[in-house]
Write a protein of this length. Structure first.
Length: 143
């Protein structure tokens, strides 16, 4: 039986990626701006998928949404939790959250299609790639 996934609980995530808030990520009030928050989520996703891409195929972001729960300030150390929610035939879905001192600051979900960038066409994810993702990051909604 799988543990219940709780989005605002850091222990629900299979991968934790640490990042430092940079001064340049903030506005005049030391508040981290929304664009920087999306970059933090991107860094954590790329850390997972970068070794799964080839010269021909890559994971391409096709959908991304964020819920902002609380402000983040400079200086801070943030932890970005990432878990694989779903592995489909041609796409994967990640659940993510940003934590500061174990307090959830924002939650995101992204869908990435497996595609040939030059042809601008999606392809089936290889079985070896699916196996790697499922073995390492699990999935709460496997297909």
């Amino acid at each position: 039986m799988k543990n219940k996934f709780i989005p605002n609980n850091i222990n629900s995530y299979k991968d934790i990626f640490e990042e430092k808030v940079r001064w340049g990520d903030t506005d005049g009030y030391n508040h981290v701006n929304n664009v920087s928050i999306s970059r933090y989520f991107e860094s954590a996703r790329v850390n997972i998928i970068r070794n799964l891409e080839t010269d021909k195929y890559s994971f391409v972001l096709v959908h991304f949404n964020i819920d902002y729960l609380d402000q983040i300030f400079y200086p801070s150390i943030i932890n970005i939790g990432t878990s694989l929610k779903r592995v489909g035939n041609k796409s994967i879905t990640f659940d993510q959250a940003i934590f500061v001192d174990n307090k959830c600051k924002s939650i995101a979900q992204s869908i990435l299609a497996y595609a040939d960038i030059k042809e601008k066409k999606s392809y089936n994810i290889t079985e070896i790639t699916k196996k790697h993702l499922l073995d390492k990051y699990g999935a709460s909604d496997e297909i």
